[in-house]
Design a protein around this ligand. Structure first.
Ligand code: MYR
Length: 281
């Protein structure tokens, strides 16, 4: 039986109890304000990030973890584990997954299996939670990877940004040429398609966009029956709680979390963004 560790990156924005788990290691991405890079979550909490964002004139940028960081993490895990499943944000929006794979090939003494979540934030975290639980219970690599791939069939997320400016500036919006001229006038519902962020539907107001996302969630819940869902917000905890209550009233038996877009993802979406993600597991 292989002794398996789970590695992920900070954009899963895992709850504290998951970060502390013995078989989970989180590799941070960074937010850069001016000349200073901060590793998100450890050096810059989501709250601190949004506070800085409001004060700084220059908008931040982000960077993936350096190759050496992954090499160090895998080498250190090789002392206690035989294999690693490294679960990362979509390879269509960041080089993190590719860097993790390259580091895995460079390290001896431990097998590294990459898993491209094709998404980010708490839906990525759901893969980490499941993989960690299965590894603890002694499942082998093939079983865990098979389970993660099965989960992908029901994983989805839709989100709304206050302005498309940030995604456009960071070059993380695909297929939106037609929208660029009207960046401020519309509230498109966005989602992931083939690992990239694309507009799903154009909606004029945030209220209508949110209603559309809630309808999409209702549809998914009626198809899949049991889902775990998360309302994800960029510094809008009260709004997220209200959305969660609405969902919970309609679906009292489902587990619905509230989670956040931390510094790195918040840099690309902007403050005020809100989304709903889900997965059957
Ligand atoms: C980097 O490599 O510098 C990080 C790039 C991160 C791009 C983030 C783009 C927005 C992702 C939205 C995720 C929504 C998930 C529900």
């Amino acid at each position: 039986m292989a002794n398996i560790a789970i590695v992920t990156d900070s954009t899963a924005y895992l709850p504290e109890e998951m970060v502390k788990k013995e078989n989970v290691t989180v590799v941070p991405l960074s937010v850069i304000f001016g000349d200073t890079a901060y590793e998100e979550e450890t050096e810059l909490s989501a709250d601190a990030f949004y506070e800085m964002l409001q004060k700084q004139e220059e908008l931040p940028t982000t960077s993936q973890p350096p190759l050496g960081k992954f090499v160090d993490v895998y080498e250190s895990l090789a002392n206690d584990y035989e294999a690693v499943i490294s679960i990362h944000l979509s390879s269509g929006i960041s080089g993190t997954y590719q860097t993790a794979l390259t580091a895995g090939e460079a390290v001896d003494g431990i097998e590294v299996y990459g898993f491209d979540s094709e998404i980010s934030c708490m839906p990525q975290g759901y893969y980490v939670m499941e993989a960690s639980r299965m590894a603890e219970e002694g499942a082998d690599i093939d079983d865990i990877l098979q389970r993660l791939n099965d989960m992908k069939k029901t994983t989805d997320a839709y989100f709304i940004v206050d302005s498309l400016h940030h995604l456009h500036r960071g070059g993380r919006l695909t297929g939106a040429e037609a929208l660029v001229g009207s960046l401020l006038q519309i509230k498109p519902v966005l989602h992931f398609e083939d690992k990239q962020i694309v507009p799903f539907e154009k909606v004029r107001t945030e209220k209508k966009a949110l209603k559309r996302v809630l309808d999409l969630f209702d549809q998914a819940a009626s198809i899949h029956g049991s889902l775990r869902a998360t309302v994800i917000h960029a510094n809008r905890p009260e709004k997220a709680e209200t959305v969660k209550q609405k969902m919970q009233e309609k679906h009292p038996n489902l587990t619905i979390d509230v989670s956040c877009f931390g510094g790195v993802i918040g840099t690309h979406l902007g403050e005020g963004s809100i989304g709903i993600g889900w997965c059957s597991f």
